[in-house]
Design a protein around this ligand. Structure first.
Ligand code: SF4
Ligand code: SF4
Length: 369
């Protein structure tokens, strides 16, 4: 790592280990019987919410959320690691077989970023692969299988725990990562924790799947390799920080200068010889300072999942935190328990963060007007 990257974090190397993806709450709820919410998911309370006639929790709202996930969940090419065969879609295939000759790496990197934005990324940066951020183990989707199909057994609790424990190793030569942020709709997020905010997250996930699928194929059409990822394979936030996209906030989310934490992150690992970006150190320092005195997210969190610590520290709350990095450690169990009660993700901490730059806060019903 270069000096710039080193100063983006404080890491205790005697403690830090690569994260095991099964400890993410989305997966822990499927195997950790010590949790109140063991075996539960968003459907637990949906009918109660709909029957309550509470604003922002109608069948219309839940239909919007669930449909927003469509491309993420059902598109089998979303998270491809490689193209099994060249298929002629009318443009022929012979010209795709050799590596594109890259004359000017800097100019070529700008073209890759242009393509990422053209396909729909709001922000894009490039980093060297730092093995620290690659999951030690996790779930590897079968090729050409949609998210919904590949995780059906896990979600229904029918798979052995071990399916979540496949060692994650990137293929040799994959040493760069293109990290992209997708903006979430400002007005929808302003209604958090009501369902329009969850719909904003859902559609951002589907946009992620679309963007990485197109960018991955673009890279393969140039004769190089692409590994398309959402939240899988590696920790997205430190990769995004390495790629210069922003800083880590008290709420445990990436804060970008442009949209604050009002983004979702996706990434494409590649063997393209790209020029890497540097962490945005001045912005990281700014967020460090603001978060010390601003507690908006901690105050807004209905379940006290965000700590009010005066300083970042090395005190993880549970196995869902990855220890060894100096930061504010959130209570992932408390957060996810609220998600189950809320029948979706929440987003309160995103909505109140001043860096989200929300100009007008809507009541959930105003979202539909
Ligand atoms: S998503 Fe909601 S419950 Fe979770 S930390 Fe943020 S405000 Fe708290
Ligand atoms: S709401 Fe305030 S304390 Fe929380 S992440 Fe944003 S700036 Fe930091």
């Amino acid at each position: 790592m270069g000096n710039e990257i080193k100063s983006a974090y404080e890491i205790d190397e005697t403690i830090y280990q690569r994260f095991e993806q099964k400890n993410n709450m989305i997966y822990r709820r499927t195997w950790d019987k010590s949790l109140d919410i063991y075996g539960k998911m968003f459907e637990t309370n949906i009918q109660n919410h709909i029957n309550s006639h509470k604003e922002g929790y109608s069948r219309l709202d839940f239909a919007l959320v669930a449909a927003g996930w469509t491309i993420y969940e059902k598109f089998p090419y979303a998270f491809m690691w490689e193209r099994k065969e060249l298929v002629d879609i009318g443009y022929g295939i012979n010209w795709m077989k050799n590596k594109y000759k890259i004359k000017d790496h800097s100019e070529f990197t700008s073209w890759i970023k242009k393509a990422a934005k053209f396909y729909g990324a709001s922000l894009v940066g490039v980093a060297d692969v730092n093995e620290k951020w690659i999951y030690k183990s996790g779930f590897v989707r079968p090729q050409l299988t949609s998210e919904a199909d590949s995780k059906r057994n896990i979600r229904e609790g029918k798979s052995m725990d071990s399916i979540l424990e496949t060692p994650i190793n990137l293929p040799t030569g994959i040493n760069k990562v293109i990290v992209m942020a997708i903006e979430m709709d400002e007005e929808a997020i302003s209604t958090a924790p009501a369902q329009p905010a969850a719909a904003a997250a859902a559609i951002a996930y589907s946009k992620m799947a679309f963007v990485i699928a197109c960018l991955g194929e673009f890279i393969r059409n140039l004769g190089y390799r692409a590994i398309q990822c959402g939240n899988d394979t590696a920790l997205s936030i430190p990769l995004a920080i390495d790629a210069g996209l922003g800083a880590l906030g008290r709420h445990g989310l990436l804060i970008t200068p442009e949209y604050g934490p009002r983004v979702r992150i996706c990434k494409v690992f590649t063997d393209l010889p790209l020029i890497v970006d540097k962490p945005n150190i001045s912005f990281i320092r700014k967020i460090d300072n603001v978060c010390k005195s601003c507690n908006n997210c901690a105050e807004a969190c209905e379940t006290s999942a965000i700590p009010r610590d005066t300083e970042p520290n090395y005190n993880p709350k549970s196995i869902s935190n990855n220890p060894g990095v100096k930061k504010y450690y959130i209570h992932a169990e408390k957060c996810f328990k609220f998600w189950i009660e809320n029948s979706s993700d929440c987003g309160n901490c995103i909505a109140v963060c001043p860096f989200s730059k929300i100009k007008r806060y809507l009541k959930p019903q105003q979202f539909w007007k």
